[in-house]
Structure formats: structure tokens, C-alpha cells
Design a protein around this ligand. Sequence first.
Ligand SMILES: Cc1cc2nc3c(=O)[nH]c(=O)nc-3n(C[C@H](O)[C@H](O)[C@H](O)COP(=O)(O)O)c2cc1C
Length: 196
Amino acid sequence: MSFNVTEINRLIGVRRSVFPKDYSGERVPDSVVRQMLENANRAPTHKLTEPWRFVVFTGAGLQKLAEFQAACYREVTQRDGTFREDRYQSLQTKPLESSHIIAIGMKLDEKKSVPEWEELGAVFCAIENMYLTATAYGIGCYLSTGGITQFAEAKSFFGLGDEDKLCGFLHIGMPKPELPPASKRKPVEEKIRWVE
Ligand SMILES: Cc1cc2nc3c(=O)[nH]c(=O)nc-3n(C[C@H](O)[C@H](O)[C@H](O)COP(=O)(O)O)c2cc1C
């Protein structure tokens, strides 16, 4: 097997988050989203537990997600006294700015063959595969772990049990032609120690 490594290095190098304010509003073909999910399913997974789970919202589904997350946020935060009207409003409208949103969950293996942190690691590998696939197709996406991600009360809506985890929401959209500058990284040399 041989690959164009120059292209692969470039793909990884130009991968970036593209946020809803920079989406054109055009719908991303479902076929691209399917390929993103297909590639997510190829992520490494210890003991082949394949812990990733996805719920894809698009079209009228985005409104359903918006209504659910706003209601869930209101219920939980009014109870604990942290409710904020601006956050509530944003949860009600934000999903409609994306073409598709993939809710990403981690399903714990019944046999608990590997520790939870390994299962989470596998899910985030799957997320990177989706990021890279989107980049290759010229599609924008970004992972959000805010909103109701940490709310235990939200899990069942996404088909997750009490022990499972909601890991975030991958927002997907057609990018506008002009995007703000991509984020930078400090040199990798600062993060490596070679032992020979
Ligand atoms: C685990 C994880 C959680 C993230 N959660 C959020 C989030 O809640 N909100 C957000 O704006 N970006 C979130 N991001 C995206 C980061 O903001 C983004 O990756 C970072 O700014 C670097 O930019 P880049 O992806 O373009 O390289 C998250 C990324 C990761 C890996």
C-alpha cells in the first residue's frame, strides 16, 4: 500500500475548527456526513469495544435538538439556581446555524473490558477522524463540549445509559469562502523528549 504522504501531512496540518458563524447556510451532502461516520468507525479501539455512538441531527431534527437542549438546560439549571436567559436563548437557536450536528456518545462495554479513560480516548480518536474527513471534503466542523454535554439528565435523549457519557456535539456546515485565521501551535519540539 502506498499513500501520498505529502497530501496526508498537509491534510492534518490544515485541519481546523470552523464555527457556525462561518457557515454559509448551505446544506452539506448527507453522503459526506456518512463518510465522516464511516471513518469515525475506523478509529482505534482497545479490545475492539467500539464505544462510539452517534445521533445525527439535520433538517427538522435540528429544531428537535434545539428544543430538547433548551428545555433540558432550563429544567436542570432552574433547579440548581444557575439558569441564564442568554444561554437558554442560545441553546434554542444555535443548532439551526449548522447543516448537521452529530451528538457523540461513549457506550460503556458491558464487560467493562477496558477502563473508561480508554473508551473516551477511542471516542476522541473517532472525532479526529471526522474532523480530518470533513477537511478533506472542504467541509467545516467543530466539536462543542458545552451546553448540556455534562448533564446526566440529557443522556437518555441520545440513547445513552446512566454509566455512558455524552462527549459533545460535532457541528457541521459549509464554510464561507473567507475564514478567520486558523489557530497556531507551539513547536512540537517543546513537547518531546527523545531517549536513545
Ligand atoms: C475535547 C475538545 C472539546 C472542545 N470543546 C469546545 C467547546 O466547547 N467550544 C468551542 O468553541 N470549541 C471547542 N473545541 C474546539 C477547540 O476550541 C479547537 O479545537 C481549538 O480552538 C483549536 O482550534 P483548531 O481545532 O482549529 O485547531 C473543543 C476541542 C476539543 C478537542
